[in-house]
Design a binder for this molecule. Structure first.
Ligand SMILES: NC(=O)c1ccc[n+]([C@@H]2O[C@H](COP(=O)([O-])OP(=O)(O)OC[C@H]3O[C@@H](n4cnc5c(N)ncnc54)[C@H](O)[C@@H]3O)[C@@H](O)[C@H]2O)c1
Ligand SMILES: O=C(O)C(=O)C[C@]1(C(=O)O)C=C[C@@H](O)C=C1
Length: 299
């Protein structure tokens, strides 16, 4: 029988970058009471700090990150991928002994490589990545149930203290997520396929449609049917976040793009040669994937 927790898992939790992801963690902590006894938020943007105060989703807000982290038992970096290593390096000297630093970044391998040498051996840095989000960003976009039933992937280094990893696993489980530990390289390959390539395709297809509308002075976007509309939701995502993801997961993303191009070419050939069986088989596989996502409560 699983034990029902009665005490907050963390005493003081500091969120660096309370945007969509960070503010969702703060809201869940407020709603639940068993995640952290006290929450502190800090952000490089004073307007974000002011908004977090207005929304009243953190117990304390400090515009000085080195002061914000000083008392924290867990410091969670919810900043864009390109900012994770510089922020971790800058804040590490201000942590109290025994504190755990973690992140929520969408890319792992290159960020961990950038951190190499910056953290003392055995430093309690536990990389994590909730596979949950929306196309919105900023502190207004978050919600307490964002992580419920979604996966959180963790990629600890070989020398990460196991009790630190266990604590961050427990934190995500209290946020409602299912957790899995994996190698950073494997993480980046999987995410290139299930998240980064779909975003690249969505941004590109919207650009193509927009250009077509301009070229033909036509109504391409006026009559956008729901298939195209679904792409526009994904394409509405934050440019800085996605710039950083694409540049930091360059190799894995380009490899997936090559595979996709080959498959798209094969589909084009099937259409060109009237290969009805191949067309049907490709569509059938797509439907099966959608069905299995629904069965796994991921759609
Ligand atoms: N949006 C998603 O769907 C999603 C899902 C899972 C993981 N992630 C990852 O989580 C992280 C946060 O994403 P988000 O969607 O919450 O972004 P967001 O844009 O909503 O929030 C990021 C916040 O970080 C702040 N910030 C930027 N640089 C900073 C710095 N140097 N110091 C302090 N604060 C800084 C920004 O001002 C902003 O408030 C990213 O690494 C992203 O890749 C995003
Ligand atoms: O749901 C969305 O709109 C998202 O973009 C979330 C999404 C994804 O691609 O699934 C985006 C980036 C993350 O690292 C994890 C989740």
């Amino acid at each position: 029988m699983t034990q029902v927790p009665s005490e907050p898992l963390v005493d003081t939790l500091c969120i660096v970058g309370p945007g969509l992801i960070g503010s969702s963690v703060l809201r869940a902590a407020r709603a639940d009471g068993l995640i952290a006894r006290r929450t502190i938020a800090t952000d490089i943007d004073p307007a974000v700090c002011a908004r977090v105060r207005e929304l009243d989703i953190a117990d304390e807000v400090d515009t000085d990150p080195s002061k914000a982290v000083a008392d924290a038992d867990v410091v969670m970096l919810c900043v864009p991928v390109g900012a994770i290593a510089p922020v971790a390096r800058a804040l590490y000297p201000h942590l109290k002994p025994g504190a755990i630093m973690t992140d929520t970044g969408s890319v792992k391998r290159s960020v961990l490589a950038d951190l190499d040498g910056a953290l003392p051996p055995g430093a309690a840095y536990v990389p994590a990545h909730p596979m949950a989000g929306t196309e919105h960003s900023g502190p207004d976009a978050g919600f307490a149930t964002l992580f419920v039933d979604r996966w959180c992937l963790l990629t600890p280094r070989a020398d990460t203290p196991p009790d630190a990893t266990a604590r961050i696993v427990a934190l995500w489980e209290r946020l409602g997520a299912r957790t899995r530990i994996m190698d950073p390289e494997h993480h980046d390959n999987v995410c290139a396929m299930v998240s980064h390539l779909p975003h690249l395709i969505a941004f590109t297809i919207c650009g193509t449609a927009d250009q077509l509308a301009e070229d033909t002075r036509g109504e391409v976007l006026d009559y956008a049917a729901s298939g195209f509309r679904d792409f526009t939701r994904v394409a509405a995502s934050d440019p800085v976040m996605w710039r950083d993801i694409f540049l930091h997961n360059r190799e894995a993303l380009l490899a997936m793009l090559d595979r996709f191009r080959a498959d798209a070419d094969a589909m084009a050939e099937a259409i060109r040669h009237g290969d009805a069986d191949r067309i049907v088989e490709t569509i059938r596989r797509g439907r099966e994937i959608r069905r299995s996502l629904i069965e796994n409560r991921q759609a």
